[in-house]
Design a protein around this ligand. Structure first.
Ligand code: ZN
Length: 257
């Protein structure tokens, strides 16, 4: 059984540690900062065995050098991006086998936020960096809306019970936008209320279930008639495909951020 620990970094980043109960070996996902990771490793007597990177942004990679100086280990990451310390470049279909308790993760190419962004899938969990967020998705810094839409469709096709481990705690702001885009969606308003209470108590809202994302994340709902209508009204354009709806919903949220 995979066990995932969360580490908070910067204002709202999550760094994930993957391991198995009773085993000291852990893989570190997107260490933007080394310090909180080193602290946790020492506290719990863990043994880091790999770094897994989803994309090249500094808040996901900034801690690699310092971690490697202390703990020599392979650094897995996207083959299509320049990350200096990468030892094992990955792309769609590759499999990462972690030493320790036999964890095995498949690689999905999910371009859009960045050109070479990848996700790691295994043991009922998806580590999706800045591609899908709880109730939102990453901004399109390098990819096109069509690419991001295709990446999100790939995620949407995974089993409903998949746990979504994204790299930021943006859920409340995302749901506030979702409630604007889909004011009639009662599941969105219920989730927003729940998330507001969790955040007031300082609790995390990640991971989330993919099933819940399909119900409440507008970036996975481009086929919904009401969302399509709202996006068309906002943009003043007729929208002819789910990818076009996605593109407009993304622009709509960018305009409000
Ligand atoms: Zn990013």
């Amino acid at each position: 059984m995979m066990e995932v620990r969360s580490i908070h970094a910067f204002d709202d980043n999550y760094i994930w540690l993957l391991g198995c109960q009773g085993h000291p070996e852990v893989a570190i996902v997107d260490p933007g900062d080394a310090e909180p990771v080193i602290e946790r490793i020492k506290q719990e007597g863990l043994k880091p065995v790999a770094i897994l990177i989803t994309h090249h942004h500094g808040d996901h990679t900034g801690g690699i050098a310092e971690l490697l100086a202390r703990y020599p280990m392979p650094v897995y990451g996207p083959a299509k991006e320049k990350i200096r310390q990468l030892s094992d470049p990955l792309s769609e279909g590759d499999v990462v086998e972690l030493p320790g308790c036999g964890l095995r993760l498949e690689v999905l190419d999910t371009p859009g936020h960045t050109r070479g962004h990848i996700c790691y899938l295994g043991h009922g969990a998806l580590f999706c960096g800045d591609t899908l967020f709880a109730a939102g998705c990453g901004r399109l810094f390098e990819g096109s809306p069509e690419q991001m839409h295709a990446s999100l469709e790939k995620i949407r096709a995974l089993p409903d019970q998949t746990l979504i481990y994204c790299a930021h705690e943006y859920t409340e702001a995302n749901l506030r936008f979702a409630a604007v885009a889909e004011p009639e969606n009662a599941q969105i308003s219920a989730r927003l209320e729940e998330v507001i209470h969790l955040r007031q108590r300082g609790q995390d809202t990640v991971p989330s279930l993919l099933k819940r994302e399909k119900q409440t994340n507008p970036f996975l709902r481009s086929e919904e008639a009401s969302l399509k209508q709202a996006a068309a009204a906002w943009s003043g354009q007729a929208l002819n495909s789910p990818a076009e709806v996605f593109a407009v919903v993304r622009r709509w949220k960018d305009a409000l951020d």
